[in-house]
Design a protein. Structure first.
Length: 117
């Protein structure tokens, strides 16, 4: 299973970006897909995740109200709409997928998001 994330870039504070991540390879039915991020010098942290077969999405507190996760189950694609970006959102954003509960086994290579003040 390969995960390919795209959509990162350099923006100014207050701008928006939309990341997308498609899963490809063998026949793959995710249990969940999600987004993590890692800022320089910090540990990787979860941004949010979405169950694939039911409408349940989790968000980290620091993105609630600003970020929205959506999914296209037919395309095995997850999206991260990021609004009102802040400099502290600067990080490499990673897409991840799980085939079973609580096990994000597949990771994309990451896409850089840089927010200037």
């Amino acid at each position: 299973v390969q995960l390919q994330a795209s959509g990162g870039g350099l923006v100014q504070a207050g701008d928006s970006l939309r990341l997308s991540c498609a899963a490809s390879g063998r026949t793959f039915r995710p249990y969940a897909m999600g987004w993590f991020r890692q800022a320089p010098g910090k540990e990787r942290e979860i941004v949010g995740s979405s169950r694939w077969s039911r409408d349940y999405t989790y968000y980290a507190d620091f993105v609630k109200g600003r970020f929205t996760i959506s999914r296209d189950t037919a395309k095995n694609t997850i999206y991260l709409q990021m609004n009102n970006l802040k400099p502290e959102d600067t990080a490499v954003y990673y897409c991840t997928a799980a085939e079973v509960a609580a096990s994000f086994d597949y990771w994309g290579r990451g896409t850089q998001v840089t927010v200037s003040s």
